[in-house]
Ligand binder design. Structure first.
Ligand code: M6R
Length: 614
């Protein structure tokens, strides 16, 4: 899952490419590079390439020292799949005059590499991508255009790709192909662009053509020609973007993550706007055909990855307890390769911040073939593949989330899912009017509760000092707080690199209790709900064995600090919204622990914001 930018223009494009890469760093940031075709004063063209290990800034610094001029170029920010992060593995890769950048995985790269080596091609990187460069170079000698060479190459590739190529001998042309990795063409006046995400191109255009699966295109300054998987010429609708992007703006905050944690009251307010009224949820907010679909739903299958999966786990409790509809949740990477039995009138719900997560998208595509009644995407990016390929879509409206560790995307997903539970309960007549109105009230009060909870930041910052030297930690919760414990553990490991595991507190005695000693911090989420007394017993089991407890407890839950137990009082809130509220202290804890440890909070090692490879 790398970021790609390309430009064909009459002006110098280096700065446009680098700015585009900066905006795509959420897709990977282990190395970056660009290649530009310079036209010399004698009319001859010359290929220039610059690649640097590390973030896009390293490439920008190198360009300051060694400026590149020229109107056609391609650039790339990498998240390594094949070959370690290094300058030699950084894109673009070159074969003679052919230059390529690629996002995805070429699964048959080993056999292709052997065939190309037998033909005399020399490989200078460990990447799968280099086979594309050599294959296109090979086919270019037997075809009449770069486009035909690419089309011949694609017939030999197995795997996923978004790829852009140029030929230094034909410098005013880019060719691109999309299969499994997103690509968008940006339309300018006398210039055109390509990127993995429209965000990269917002400084230069607002007009976009989204390539569809299997599309191949040729882009020049004046023309865009698109062909579908069968090679037929096709038109793709031009879309005008109204997206705003404030990636550079951390405001008063030290990190995007901290800013995004504090944005949650406002983000949830946006999620709710126009979707609930005094009489309940607005079913039409899920789409014009939503009512008809929801009335028929007999089963729900939720699919997601990572943090979005945790949101789905919470929703499973809600769907069954509040809307009386059976519900399963599965990790997308498992679902996509499993033979599953689809129950009658099943609704598939995918959850994703980015809407470009490869496993989730693949799961949606599998689901379409095996008999789901309909599909609904709960997503934060309106222009994403997931939204475009689903029957219904419901936007979470979290705003741009830049920190790799997901925060406001998660809590807005939960708010969106609670409204969805209400809508389905209403349409199936399985939720009483009283329950729906109680939920409306709870949701309306939610931004206020979140703001109040954020005022615990100072106390949590002090608590974080206890964790800085720890190697391991356990998170405990029960019921719908179990996924919240999982999300807390994911946050801590993701940005502080401390090993963290989550358990349903009732499961502790079946094994993990053996881990408890004075070195193991145990974080407990304890709202005042039906399971409070059960949870208290689990806490006592830990205390009796000398465990070191940190309990985030409802003010009215009668938890008091004692030897080996610190209690952080969380505002009392209705049970239904407690999972959303209790997420915030755990986000803050992981943030402040990471701060003490001095990790790269917004871009933790080895990760990327959007995982567009499987
Ligand atoms: O964009 P998505 O919600 O589909 O992403 C899924 C996961 O990759 C993502 O939630 C990941 O787990 C986050 N980095 C967690 O903070």
């Amino acid at each position: 899952m790398c970021g790609i930018v390309g430009a064909v223009a009459q002006r110098d494009v280096a700065e446009i490419l680098v700015e585009g890469l900066r905006r795509l760093e959420y897709r990977g940031y282990d190395s970056a590079g660009l290649a530009i075709v310079e036209t010399r004063s004698d009319g001859a063209s010359q290929l220039k390439r610059l690649r640097e290990l590390g973030k896009v800034q390293a490439l920008a610094d190198a360009l300051n020292v060694q400026p590149l001029t020229g109107g056609t170029g391609i650039a790339h920010t990498r998240w390594a799949t094949h070959g370690e992060p290094s300058q030699r593995n950084a894109h673009p890769h070159v074969s003679g005059d052919i230059v390529v950048v690629h996002n995805g995985i070429i699964e048959n790269h080993e056999s292709l590499r052997a065939q190309l080596q037998a033909k005399g091609y020399h490989f200078s990187s460990d990447t799968d991508t280099e086979v594309i460069a050599h294959l296109v170079h090979y086919h270019r000698q037997h075809t009449d255009s770069l486009l035909s060479a690419l089309q011949a190459t694609l017939k030999e590739l197995r795997g996923a790709y978004g790829t852009v190529l140029m030929d230094a001998r034909d410098p005013e042309r880019l060719v691109v192909a999309r299969s499994g990795s997103p690509l968008v063409i940006g339309l300018g006046v006398g210039e055109n662009f390509i990127a993995s995400d429209q965000l990269a191109l917002l400084p230069v255009t607002r007009r976009f053509l989204y390539l569809e699966e299997g599309d191949v295109a040729e882009v020049t300054r004046r023309e865009v020609r698109i062909f579908d998987a069968q090679g037929g010429s096709v038109e793709r609708a031009e879309l005008q973007s109204d997206v705003t992007h404030d990636a550079g703006d951390k405001g008063e905050y030290r990190h995007h993550m901290l800013k995004e944690i504090h944005e949650q009251p406002k983000a949830i307010t946006d999620t709710l706007e126009g979707r609930i009224t005094d009489s309940g949820v607005v079913v039409e907010a899920f789409g014009n055909s939503a009512r008809g679909i929801f009335e028929k739903v007999e089963h729900i299958q939720l699919i997601a990855c990572g943090t979005s999966y945790h949101a789905g786990m919470v929703a499973r409790y809600w769907f069954e307890a509040l809307a009386g509809v059976s519900c399963d949740i599965e990790i997308a990477s498992e679902f996509r390769y499993r033979k599953s039995v689809v129950r009658p009138n099943s609704l598939l719900i995918t959850l994703s911040q980015s809407g470009e997560t490869a496993d989730t998208l693949a799961a949606l595509r599998v689901a379409k073939d095996i008999g789901f009644m309909s599909s609904l995407a709960v997503c934060n990016v309106a222009s994403s593949s997931l939204v475009r390929e689903s029957d219904l879509a419901f936007m979470t409206r979290a705003g741009a989330e830049i920190g790799v560790a997901s925060t406001k995307a998660f809590t807005t997903q939960l708010a969106a899912l609670l409204m969805l539970v209400m809508a389905i309960g209403r349409c199936r007549n399985t939720m009483t009017v009283e329950t729906e109105l109680e939920l409306v009230q709870a949701l309306r009060a939610l931004p206020g509760h979140l703001a109040e909870t954020l005022s615990l930041a100072g106390e949590i910052e002090m608590l974080a000092e206890d964790f800085a030297e720890k190697q391991h930690s356990l998170f405990l919760g029960r019921g719908e707080q179990y996924p919240i414990a999982m999300e807390g553990a994911l946050k801590l490991k993701e940005i502080s690199y401390i090993h963290a595991e989550a358990y349903a507190a009732g499961e502790l005695k079946h094994g993990p209790l053996a881990l408890i000693d004075a070195e193991m911090p145990i974080i407990v989420v304890a709202p005042n709900n039906d399971l409070l007394e059960k949870l208290k017993s689990n806490v006592e089991e830990v205390r009796a064995r000398g465990g070191l407890l940190y309990v985030f407890a409802d003010q009215e839950a009668d938890f008091n600090s004692a030897a080996n137990m610190k209690v952080i009082q969380v505002p009392h809130v209705p049970a239904a919204i407690a999972p959303i509220v209790y997420t915030l202290p755990l986000q803050l804890l992981s943030y402040y622990v990471a701060l003490i440890k001095g990790t790269d909070v917004d871009q933790p090692r080895n990760l990327a914001k959007s995982v567009t490879v499987e």
